[in-house]
Design a binder for this molecule. Structure first.
Ligand SMILES: Nc1ncnc2c1ncn2[C@@H]1O[C@H](COP(=O)(O)OP(=O)(O)OP(=O)(O)O)[C@@H](O)[C@H]1O
Length: 258
């Protein structure tokens, strides 16, 4: 049996007096690929922020590699866990090259007073190479397409040399080709670097093609969690999203239809 890496145990979260996550228990083992799905506002981004101490919790326990993680005590977890937000978070007006953006992924390890040296520069170039953007290294990030920017965000995360990747809607706002490219890149990165992945997504077809495990969140509660093949249940998905969903079989591949 694989080893638990990141664990949420009976976690409650509230923003002010509004409770947004209730009694969350999730056990992510090393090397697993989890997706977190559910309607808008269900608490998915809040949930994945627990793993690296971005989300403050009221009660329960969060651990990474057996050590407690809280926003006040998250440095170690943040070195090992890279968090990739939607690439729209990269300000296109920033006068920053693709390479400089990716290099910034190494800054966490370097700390405040050390500058990036040859080792970090090599790492950044390698990360760009892995996501297929080495030829755009000197391009300002403002001149990239949405799909390219998302790959820059992935490369920056890789330059951190993480054990675990948190992906928050990495294919949102991308066209079909770019969505497919990101999914293929994520799958390849996971294989090559033996990464543990937790991905929030609204793309059920990406879930079916990439994930091993699925957590379904509805109104701040885990409705269901388990193996991806058991998640492809029309009744379960219809309950989750409160809309009729069917599952089609296309040449052995599952696709969600509404
Ligand atoms: N910093 C914050 N302060 C107050 N409320 C917040 C904050 N961040 C999120 N919320 C609220 O918490 C709830 C859960 O938000 P969250 O972003 O985690 O949901 P989500 O499932 O990721 O949503 P979406 O699919 O729309 O991105 C929402 O009602 C949201 O308005």
């Amino acid at each position: 049996m694989s080893k638990s890496l990141a664990v949420l145990h009976n976690v409650h979260v509230s923003y002010g007096c509004r409770a947004v996550l209730h009694d969350i228990c999730l056990n992510v083992s090393a090397g697993e690929f989890w997706t977190v799905i559910g309607p808008n506002g269900a608490g998915k981004s809040t949930l994945i922020g627990l793993f690296n101490g971005l989300t403050q919790y009221d009660s329960g326990a969060v651990t990474y590699a057996g050590k407690a993680v809280t926003p006040q005590n998250a440095r170690e977890a943040r070195l090992k866990i890279a968090h990739v937000f939607q690439a729209t978070d990269l300000d296109p007006k920033m006068p920053l090259s693709v390479f400089a953006s990716v290099l910034s992924g190494t800054y966490g390890r370097l700390g405040l007073f050390r500058r990036a040296g040859q080792k970090e520069k090599k790492l950044a170039m390698r990360a760009l190479d892995v996501v297929g953007l080495a030829n755009l290294a000197s391009r300002p990030i403002g001149q990239l397409s949405g799909g390219e920017r998302q790959r820059v965000a992935l490369a920056r995360a890789l330059a951190q040399e993480p054990e675990m990747l948190l992906l928050d809607e990495p294919t949102a706002a991308l066209d079909w080709r770019a969505q497919r490219d990101i999914c293929t890149t994520v799958a390849a990165l996971r294989q090559e670097f033996s990464l543990t992945v937790v991905m929030v997504t609204h793309d059920l077809n990406a879930v079916f093609s990439l994930a091993q495990k699925v957590a379904m969140l509805r109104e701040g509660r885990l409705l269901w969690q388990g193996e991806v093949q058991d998640a492809m249940e029309p009744k379960l998905l219809s309950t989750l999203y409160d809309v009729p969903i069917q599952i089609a079989d296309c040449d052995g591949r599952k696709a969600a239809l509404f």
